[in-house]
Ligand binder design. Structure first.
Ligand SMILES: NC(=O)c1ccc[n+]([C@@H]2O[C@H](COP(=O)([O-])OP(=O)(O)OC[C@H]3O[C@@H](n4cnc5c(N)ncnc54)[C@H](O)[C@@H]3O)[C@@H](O)[C@H]2O)c1
Length: 344
């Protein structure tokens, strides 16, 4: 594989995760970091690369083939557009942008420059996610009828010390549901309408403590989902897999996909099928635990970014696809606020 020049904009929590992933790949050479925060100098030294205060200086000096945009979401747009204009392909963190208008600007710029935008929904790189998608989309549980899921955790109290974390933009819908929504769309297909309610009776901040929603999928299935950052429970993606060192692994599945001839518990895949030919409430069940390896999705994502830059593969998560995930996630908030069903 040819070595390509990679630059990172924003050397915070997730920027460092991409930097770490880059050390596992020979196909990129790191040419620079852009971050105005003086603390980023230590990060640049650690990764033996140059620090620039602005994206434009970095682009001029290093002429990268690929740029990872890992700035706070409200600062995704400018470095993304600048990088595309400079002839680089972009891997931008999720959510792709703050609103629909910024998404449209990004898609238009990608089209006019002919450069790709890949969006950092890293869960799509797990083999277990792709296995679940294959089982459902290839009809292994029959026709998908219903989906039931939750992401219910209690975040530490000091998480909310910063005032911005009390605002609606930092609530579990926009911070956490975006990952779940992307998974649901990727595995079960597009969502055509959402109805939701929220409550904030625990912390009484502007942000919600819980949201409950009803989702209608394009294939006709209905789903319900609960998202909460004030519910002490063992049921979340992170608890199920032990992906995050700060969150203990419970191995409890948090989403169930139910079809006419079987069901799938997710993300530790357990497939429930009938022991006989018939599938009804009198049928005996057999369950199978499907193989599920621990993987580093960030390395796989960056490796895919290399293939996107070289034109070997189209983006697994395109700007248009990630825009649909953001639209559905924002609809949860909008429906709860208006009391009306949001359809797309
Ligand atoms: N994929 C995931 O699971 C995941 C997890 C966490 C965060 N994120 C996303 O990553 C993004 C960053 O989140 P974070 O937690 O790393 O934030 P952070 O605050 O830890 O880091 C952001 C960094 O960007 C720098 N920065 C700010 N404005 C900049 C600019 N204009 N140009 C260059 N650098 C700038 C800041 O100095 C800081 O170092 C957000 O969009 C967030 O939603 C994704």
């Amino acid at each position: 594989m040819s070595q390509l020049k990679l630059a990172i904009v924003g050397a915070g929590v997730i920027g460092k995760r991409h930097l770490l992933a880059s050390t596992h790949l020979d196909d990129f050479s790191l040419v620079g970091i852009a971050d105005p925060f003086p603390g980023a100098q230590a990060v640049a030294e650690k990764y033996n690369t140059q620090l620039f205060e602005t994206t434009s200086e970095m682009l001029r000096a290093t002429k990268p083939d690929g740029v990872v945009v890992a700035t706070p979401t409200e600062h995704h747009l400018e470095p993304t557009l600048q990088s595309l204009d400079a002839g680089a392909h972009v891997l931008v963190e999720k959510p792709i942008m703050s609103d629909m208008q910024e998404c449209e600007q990004t898609i238009a710029k990608s089209q006019s420059t002919g450069k790709h935008v890949l969006v950092g929904h890293q869960r799509r790189y797990y083999a277990l996610v792709n296995k679940a998608r294959e089982l459902i989309q290839q009809g292994h549980i029959g026709k998908l009828i219903s989906v039931s899921g939750q992401w219910t955790v209690r975040k530490p109290d000091d998480y909310y010390d910063a005032d911005w974390r009390k605002k609606w933009q930092a609530g579990p819908i926009l911070t956490n549901m975006i990952h779940e929504m992307d998974l649901l769309r990727y595995i079960a297909g597009d969502i055509t309408s959402i109805t939701a309610e929220t409550a904030n009776t625990s912390l009484n901040f502007e942000k919600e403590d819980v949201a409950a929603m009803v989702l209608r999928f394009k294939n006709g299935a209905l789903g319900t989902f609960l998202i909460s950052d004030q519910s002490f429970s063992p049921w979340s993606w992170e608890h199920a897999l032990g992906e995050n060192a700060a969150i203990p692994r419970t191995k409890q599945n948090s989403i169930k996909f139910m079809g006419t001839t079987g069901s799938l518990e997710f993300p530790n895949l357990t497939l429930w099928k009938s022991t006989g030919d018939k599938c009804n409430w009198s049928s005996e069940f057999e369950s199978t635990e499907l193989v599920n390896e621990q993987e580093d999705a960030y390395i796989k994502q960056l490796s895919h970014f290399h293939d996107v830059i070289t034109g070997t593969q189209p983006p697994l998560v395109s700007a248009a696809d990630a825009t649909a995930t953001l639209r559905a996630t924002l609809a949860v908030y909008d429906s709860a606020k208006s009391g009306a069903r949001v359809t797309f």
